[in-house]
Unconditional design. Structure first.
Length: 93
C-alpha cells in the first residue's frame, strides 16, 4: 500500500476488495504507467522501474510480496486499465 501511495501522482491510492469464492484485492493509483518491458521485470530482485528515480528503495518489495502470496497459493499481477492508472491485483484462494 505504501508503494501505491509513493508512486502515485497525487499521493493517493485505493484498495478494492472482492470475495466470490476467492479473495481479490486491487491496489490502484494514478501516475506514470509501467512499460511492457518493465512489467517483465517487476518481480525480479533489485529491479526498479523508471518511475522510481529519486525514490528510496532496493527493488526487493515486490519480490517479497510475490513470494509470500505464492507461498499461500495466490498470485499477483500488474495491469494498466487506462493511460494513467496502475493496478496490482492479488488473488488468494
Amino acid at each position: 500500500m505504501e508503494n501505491a501511495i509513493n508512486y502515485s501522482s497525487d499521493s493517493h491510492a485505493s484498495i478494492h476488495i472482492e470475495s466470490q469464492g476467492q479473495l481479490e484485492i486491487y491496489f490502484e493509483n494514478k501516475g506514470k504507467i509501467l512499460t511492457k518491458q518493465e512489467v517483465n521485470y517487476l518481480f525480479k530482485h533489485f529491479f526498479r522501474g523508471g518511475n522510481s528515480k529519486g525514490k528510496k528503495g532496493f527493488g526487493l518489495g515486490l519480490v517479497f510480496v510475490n513470494k509470500i502470496i505464492t507461498m499461500h497459493g495466490g498470485s499477483i499481477t500488474y495491469e494498466s486499465p487506462s493511460k494513467n492508472i496502475n493496478r496490482f491485483r492479488i488473488i488468494l484462494p
